[in-house]
Design a protein around this ligand. Structure first.
Ligand code: GDP
Ligand code: MG
Length: 815
């Protein structure tokens, strides 16, 4: 509840004052400090100002000011359940409540991508958000609450940004968050191994004049590099505490939290102890606001624009006017829009534009470069006084040497290719062993069920529906775990960013951006996070192109079908064919983007800014956590959607049920098979399949494969499970040790023709690779870039899939 909500005649007690430093200072000076009682003398909604009595004097505030003051009402109606005998007076009760409330601190983590925000967040909150060694892992904010020394801290993990401009969705998101949420402390995380770059954002945060603490993360790397930083001196220069931490191990995080609490308490009482002697007692944590030195001319310009801004009462409370003035001079459109309603809008814009031109002329550069040069000047100055570089930097030279090889013009690409080949080969070979065990286990379980249960519908449901459907997907768990593990390791070592770097030139030629390569690699795991990862791309054109093409990168859900078909039809060339399929997916993605960038978007040049993080040895713990997190989601899908789909497909194939087909148990084996396939053909599923068969015939697939493909629209894992149910391993023959793979190579139609040839199998893989992104992916695409592109993605991919699979089959038949 805020002070502006209290009606005339009401009384309340103050909890805290929000807003930027200048504003808070003014309000505190009027006497609005924690625990003070305020009487509302006159509060007419929509009528400014409101009159208050505080500390025996009369004070008037505007609504917009009162709205920044948190209070607890002292009226009896607001506390209906208080027991006077037990709790004492309302005031005592409320004082207790105010104390509780003032111990809730909202803290936002702000920092560059990849500086360790999520690591710190995880450590402090005990949660397990994803940590990755490349930018763009955190795309939304996450809130975690925990307790520290009697304070309850709400920690918000924001996306990483390099600055607070308006070039990428992350930047706008973070800006918007800082503008519109009542934050108590901003926790700026800085990568100590890359200070100059990281402090850039810090200068912008300083301009905003919010209570702030800096966590100097990766302190281990700073120490290992031999560089030295006098962080206490830097903290004094910048005006807030700087605390070294190693977020990965948790070292120093307690100190950070301590500093956060101190700064918070310090700002709440800054009025009381604004006498310098007092300040000293509070130690280093009491902050003071500094003005970044942009040089005399710029400072004068900022002041002039700031004074114009201050004429609008409502604008000066919310965001620090100095910060707004700088933004306006920088010609920041988002900020300009904030002023549209102001009376002196045209004056403000005219002044800002005037200075913009003056500076551009004087420095012969555009205004954003002018301001950023001035910022960097400030940073270099501050570091010059506090930072001593090591004499020789062994550590970085190691990384440099590695980079020389891994991102080499000639070697980089073959090495990347080898890594990817290795990834598939190892996944395949190693995964095959546990796969066999699981296969045997499931077969044994099926036999056991058949033996123990009376023959009938329930047994059929369990064995032919549930067990064979789920089993067909479960056997691939080892392979999928391995693939996820590989992706995690690539992310954690820092190689992922190199991959983007290597691919940049090539990707550019394809109309994409080097950074698109990261969503692509994530896409091997799952398209949904891949679509989200495209948010790191700054310009909308690159983002749309990446999102629309990323579903062509084959996700792990499609892997079971490939593995099944490859094992059945290409037993001697498994890895090659598999890699081939993945490469075809990439090729289609690239062609599509090329086509779209020609047809839809005019060519734009977008310079490549991709930070190359230092190489790191991934920790086993992180790798296991990531792998498990990904696998968990996957297993959830298998146990819900796949289970449901298997049962539905089984049921549609089982009904209407003809008794004679079960009576056939006594007959010879051929008769059984014939009766059984007749049963399936006459079922609902069979009739539906026959009806849609013409659509799949041209690419060499018959109706059962067609049904599996349609079922796969829900989730692509369902394809393999449906095939298992539909091509069911001989149900009435216990001696039959056939696996689904061999079954596929031998299954024939009524005339004894083989249903699946290697060619048809390959076409099916092609179709699975390209058609219909699953429902979750489409929903994500829609959320990210709108309904139009979602429909485009749906129709385009399915059309391409059909055309290509058909073409390959028809041409293959001719040869
Ligand atoms: P975010 O993008 O800011 O959320 O950063 P993450 O928390 O995802 O971390 C990026 C990478 O830095 C991960 O590989 C972490 O393991 C690593 N990392 C985080 N903190 C430290 C640290 O204090 N020291 C070192 N050496 N590495 C760290
Ligand atoms: Mg993160």
């Amino acid at each position: 509840m805020t002070l502006s909500d209290i009606p005339t005649g009401g009384k309340c007690m103050i909890v805290k004052v929000h807003g930027h430093g200048g504003f808070r200072h003014r309000i505190l000076e009027l006497g609005f400090v924690r625990g003070e009682v305020v009487c509302v003398l006159k509060n007419a909604p929509l009528r400014d100002p409101v009159e208050y009595e505080i500390m025996g004097t009369h004070v008037s505030l505007r609504h917009s000011e009162a709205a920044k003051i948190d209070v607890v009402s002292l009226s009896e109606e607001a506390h209906p359940d208080i027991d006077k005998d037990y709790h004492g007076t309302i005031e005592e009760h409320v004082r207790h409540e105010v104390e509780q409330l003032s111990k809730e601190i909202t803290v936002a983590l702000v920092g560059n991508p990849n500086c360790g925000k999520t690591s710190l967040f995880n450590y402090a909150t005990g949660m397990r958000e994803k940590v990755g060694n490349y930018s763009g892992v955190t795309v939304d904010s996450k809130i975690g609450t925990f307790y520290h020394r009697g304070y309850s801290i709400h920690l918000v993990d924001l996306p990483g940004t390099y600055s607070l401009t308006e070039y990428s969705p992350e930047e706008l998101y973070v800006r918007d968050f800082l503008d519109n949420h009542e934050l108590d402390v901003v926790l700026n995380i800085v990568n100590a191994a890359n200070l100059e770059r990281n402090l850039y954002l810090t200068t912008q945060l300083i301009d905003r004049n919010q209570p702030m603490v800096m966590a100097l993360n990766m302190y281990d790397e700073l120490q290992a590099s031999g560089d030295r930083l006098d962080h206490e001196a830097l903290g004094k220069l910048l005006g807030f505490p700087i605390v070294p931490v190693i977020a990965r191990t948790g070292w120093g995080i307690d100190n950070v939290l301590e500093a956060v609490v101190q700064v918070y308490e310090g700002t709440a009482t800054e009025m009381i102890c604004h006498n310098p002697a007092h300040q000293h007692q509070h130690g280093p944590a009491v902050t003071h606001h500094i003005h970044i030195n942009y040089g005399r001319e710029m400072m004068a310009a900022i002041d002039e624009v700031k004074d114009l801004i201050k004429l609008n009462d409502d604008m000066r409370d919310v965001i620090h006017p100095r910060y707004l003035a700088i933004k306006l001079i920088e010609h920041d459109r988002t900020t300009m829009r904030m002023f549209e309603h102001c009376n002196n809008y045209s004056d403000i814009i005219a002044a800002a534009d005037h200075y913009k031109e003056v500076f551009e002329k004087e420095y012969d550069e555009d205004i954003t470069s002018v301001v950023s040069d001035l910022r960097y000047g400030f940073i270099r100055g501050a570091l010059g006084e506090t930072f001593t570089p090591a004499k020789h930097q062994q550590k970085t030279e190691m990384g440099y040497a590695l980079d020389k090889v891994l991102t080499n013009r000639w070697l980089g690409f073959p090495i990347l290719f080898c890594f990817m080949f290795l990834m598939f080969e190892v996944t395949f070979v190693l995964g095959a062993y546990p796969q066999e065990w699981i296969e045997t286990g499931i077969a044994a379980l099926g036999d056991l069920l058949r033996e123990q249960m009376a023959p009938g519908m329930l047994t059929d449901l369990l064995v032919d529906g549930v067990l064979s459907g789920m089993g067909a997907v479960l056997v691939f768990v080892p392979q999928i775990l391995l693939l996820f593990m590989f992706i995690s390791v690539l992310e954690d070592t820092g190689y992922m960013a190199r991959a983007a770097f290597i691919m940049d030139k090539l990707m550019h030629r394809m109309g994409l951006h080097g950074k698109s390569f990261i969503p692509y690699i994530i896409g091997f795991g799952c398209s949904v996070p891949a679509v989200l990862a495209a948010r790191t791309l700054e310009n909308p054109r690159d983002r749309i192109l990446t999102i629309v093409t990323v579903p062509f990168v084959s996700c792990s859900a499609r892997l079971p079908v490939y593995l099944l078909l490859v094992a059945a039809f290409f037993p001697h060339h498994q890895a090659v064919i598999l890699l081939g399929i993945y490469l075809i997916g990439l090729a289609i993605a690239i062609l599509t983007s090329l086509l779209l960038s020609r047809l839809r978007f005019k060519q734009q040049d977008n310079p490549f800014v991709m930070e190359l993080p230092p190489y790191r040895i991934p920790t086993l713990r992180n790798t296991l956590i990531h792998t498990w997190d990904k696998a968990k989601e996957w297993l959830q899908r298998v146990s819900t959607i796949v289970l449901l789909a298997s049962v539905i497909i089984w049921a549609l194939g089982y009904f209407p049920h003809h008794e004679n087909s079960t009576l056939a148990t006594d007959n010879t084996e051929t008769n059984t098979v014939a009766a059984e396939s007749q049963q399936l053909e006459n079922s609902y599923l069979g009739r539906f399949g026959k009806a849609i068969e013409p659509a799949f015939r041209p690419m060499g697939l018959e109706w059962r494969a067609g049904i599996s493909l349609i079922a796969g629209c829900a989730a692509k894992e369902v394809i393999a499970s449906s095939m298992a149910v539909l091509y069911g391993i001989d149900r009435y023959d216990d001696d039959n040790q056939e696996t689904l793979a061999t079954r596929l190579t031998t299954v024939t139609d009524a005339d004894g023709n083989r249903l699946f040839t290697p060619l048809a199998a390959f076409c099916m893989m092609l179709f699975v690779l390209l058609y219909f992104p699953c429902i979750s992916t489409l929903a994500t695409i829609r959320k990210e870039i709108g309904r139009g592109w979602m429909w485009f993605s749906l129709l385009y991919s399915t059309t391409i899939a059909w055309l290509l699979a058909t073409a390959v089959f028809q041409i293959g038949m001719l040869i």
